[in-house]
Structure formats: C-alpha cells, structure tokens
Ligand binder design. Structure first.
Ligand SMILES: Nc1ncnc2c1ncn2[C@@H]1O[C@H](COP(=O)(O)OP(=O)(O)O)[C@@H](O)[C@H]1O
Ligand SMILES: [Mg+2]
Length: 363
C-alpha cells in the first residue's frame, strides 16, 4: 500500500506537449480516476508512473520516496492495460502464477497455489483455471488480466481503460466488481478512462485532464455540482450541461435575443456584480430544466418541443426558445409530444456561471 505523487511532471513528444506540469496526489487506499478525452495524456501519465516512459522533468513519489530514477521492476506497481496482455502459450492458471514465479520473488509452490485459488475466487474465474487463454471471451480475458495484477501485493495498481474493450453489459458489471474489489483489497488504484460514467461511479476522487493539463480534482459530487470550468461542465454528465452565452448588463441576465430574461437570486447577483464583463456563460444541467403547460412567474419561457428521445427511465427533450435550443430531461410520466408549445422552466438556483473568455467558474 502506498500513496503516490507526481510532482511537476512534464513530457513532450516532439512538438506535442503531452503533460504540462502535472501535480497529482493519490492517497493511500484510494480509488483515484484520471478522466479525460483521447489524447489528454492519461496513458503517458501511467507509463511515467510505472517507469515505462521517461519524463522530461519532475518527480514520481511512491510512499514519499522519490522513485524517478528507478526501473519499472523495482517500483513495485502493477499495470493492467487497455488491451489484454495474457501469455497465449500458457493456460489461465499459469498466467496467474507467472508474476509469483519471477526469480526475484521466489515464492514457494504451496503459497502460489493458495494465492491463485484466492484470486480466482475473488474474480469468479475458478472454472477457467485449466483453460487455454485463446479460448476465453473478452470479459474473461480481462478478468484474468486483473487477476494477474492482484495476485501479488504491489504498492499500487495502475489501470489503463481496462473496461473499454468490453461490451456495454459486461462493462457495467465489471464497474461494480472492480469497485468492490478495490474496497476489499483496500489498495491504491490509479485508474484512467475517457468514460465519465466510469469515473463518476467508481472513483473516490476524480482528476480531469485535458491536453496535458489538470483542470480539476474532486469527489464525483464536487466535479458534477461545482465544475471548475466549462470544459469539466461539458465533459461530465449525460446528456451534457447546456452552456448558453448570455448578456450581463445593469444587473440583468438575458439571452442575446432576449428570449429569456433570468430572475437570479440575491446571492447570484452579488457574485456577478464582481464580474465586470458584458457577457458570460450560463450552465444549466438538463435535469434542472423542466416543462410546464402554463406560464409560471419566474424563469419560465415559451418554447416548442423540437425533438424527443425516449430513454425509458427519462425523456430527453430538445426545447427551442426562438433561436436557442437547450436539452431538458423529464420523467416519461410527463406526457410530451414533438411540436407541443410549453413553458420551459429554469431552476436558476442550480445555474453555473463561467467567464466568457477564460471559461473558469465565476466564484
Ligand atoms: N510515443 C509517442 N510518440 C509521439 N506522440 C505520442 C506518443 N505517445 C503519446 N503521444 C501523444 O501524446 C498525447 C497524449 O497521449 P496519451 O497519453 O496516449 O493520451 P490518452 O491516453 O489520454 O489518450 C497525444 O497527443 C499522443 O498522440
Ligand atoms: Mg490512452
């Protein structure tokens, strides 16, 4: 078990700045998820932490010890890759035994047997032990891959999108299994993914990475309810948060065509008075917008239901306010039809405000 830190880590590949001054602090026993789109620098980060890639500058600390110059084998971290990396000429049992049979570990055979049995039980792969790996399904292979990582007790586990090649149903199942496994092992997991649902459901804390820069670190709740900037706001949550560029003048917050003139709270007014630009970005989550047949007093504006997606548990509506289109999620019990004229209500208490230029949260 260990805590893990990256201190001012930078890395470039030619002209590409893959990591820009990355500072991460992962606590002992924590499930930490680094979330970001493809190309953000997630794999590079894990490769540098494990020692497979050299950084340009910075430090890697494992349990507060500087391991920057250590070769991968001595860092004692286990890596689970995006693609299954089992030995095809060995069966499942032999694959699981492999890390314990390394000459530097020199584990006695009865201990190996015990450990393999334990891991197979945890991952529900006991029935697969004598199988050839070529005959396994994707999900089974990934379980064996994870098994091979947990069969020994490294200081930390590094996982690079281990679920991204599984089908949707299995991915969902494995999300809860991995979370349970991490709690059971009580070990440090450093997990990277581009999938915001994985991050939200599995992480103790999330770090959001984009173009090599760390944008925010927080619990799933903090990331969702107080995104630090418009990128995080857009990236986390499905359907996405609506981001509207609006005018801010003489204490009035209104859409450019004045389709919507928002009535804001006193606290929000105080906050925005410190912001001295004529425009800003208002973020509203789809669940904070609702539809009504009759006009309400405040923050309810005439709209037409323009498009509807029935998802079963909820309906996603595209509401057209003159030139503006926003998405709202409503309960299917609220019967709606395309073309219907309604009043779109904005629960303004839940609005997020971002600087029009920097896209940073206005706090
Ligand atoms: N070996 C490499 N050579 C050149 N460019 C690389 C190499 N590895 C990664 N990159 C670039 O660095 C950036 C970050 O890549 P990566 O860490 O793989 O992102 P992610 O895992 O978040 O998708 C990307 O622009 C990628 O093209
Ligand atoms: Mg990657």
């Amino acid at each position: 078990m260990a805590n893990l830190k990256t201190v001012s880590v930078t890395k470039s590949f030619g002209d590409i700045e893959a990591l820009k001054d990355l500072n991460l602090e992962i606590h002992d026993g924590e499930f930490f998820v680094l979330l970001g789109p493809t190309g953000a620098g997630k794999t590079t980060t894990l490769r540098i932490v494990s020692g497979l890639e050299k950084m340009d500058s910075g430090q890697i600390l494992l349990d507060d010890e500087d391991v920057s110059d250590w070769v991968p084998a001595t860092r004692d971290v286990a890596f689970v890759f995006q693609f299954y990396t089992l030995y095809p000429n060995l069966n499942v049992r032999q694959n699981l035994e492999f890390p314990l049979k390394s000459p530097i570990r020199n584990t006695p055979q009865d201990e190996i047997d015990k450990k393999v049995a334990e891991v197979a039980k945890t991952l529900h792969i006991e029935h697969l032990l004598e199988r050839e790996t070529v005959n396994l399904s994707g999900g089974e292979m990934q379980r064996v891959g994870i098994g091979r990582a947990i069969v020994r007790t490294p200081k930390a586990f590094l996982m690079d999108e281990p679920l991204s090649n599984l089908d949707a149903k299995l991915r969902e199942e494995m999300r809860s299994e991995l979370t349970r496994l991490q709690k059971q092992l009580g070990q440090t997991f450093f997990y990277v993914t581009h999938d915001q649902t994985e991050a939200m459901t599995m992480a103790d804390r999330i770090g959001v990475l984009n173009e090599g820069a760390l944008l925010q670190v927080g619990t799933p709740d903090e990331i969702y309810h107080r995104p630090a900037n418009a990128f995080v706001a857009r990236f986390v949550g499905s359907p996405r948060m609506n981001l509207l560029k609006v005018h801010w003048k003489n204490d009035v917050l209104a859409s450019p065509g004045e389709e919507m003139v928002f009535e804001i709270t006193d606290t929000q007014r105080e906050l925005l008075r410190k912001y001295d630009k004529p425009e800003l970005i208002v973020g509203m989550r789809p669940e904070d917008i609702s539809v009504h047949d009759e006009r309400r007093e405040h923050n309810c504006f005439e709209a037409e239901i323009y498009f509807k997606q029935s998802m079963g548990a909820e309906d996603i509506l595209n509401l057209k306010f003159d030139k503006l289109v926003v998405q709202a999620t409503v309960a299917p019990t609220r019967k709606t039809t395309v073309g219907q004229k309604i009043c779109g209500y904005f629960d303004i208490d839940h609005a997020h405000f971002f600087d029009v230029d920097t896209e940073l949260r206005i706090v």
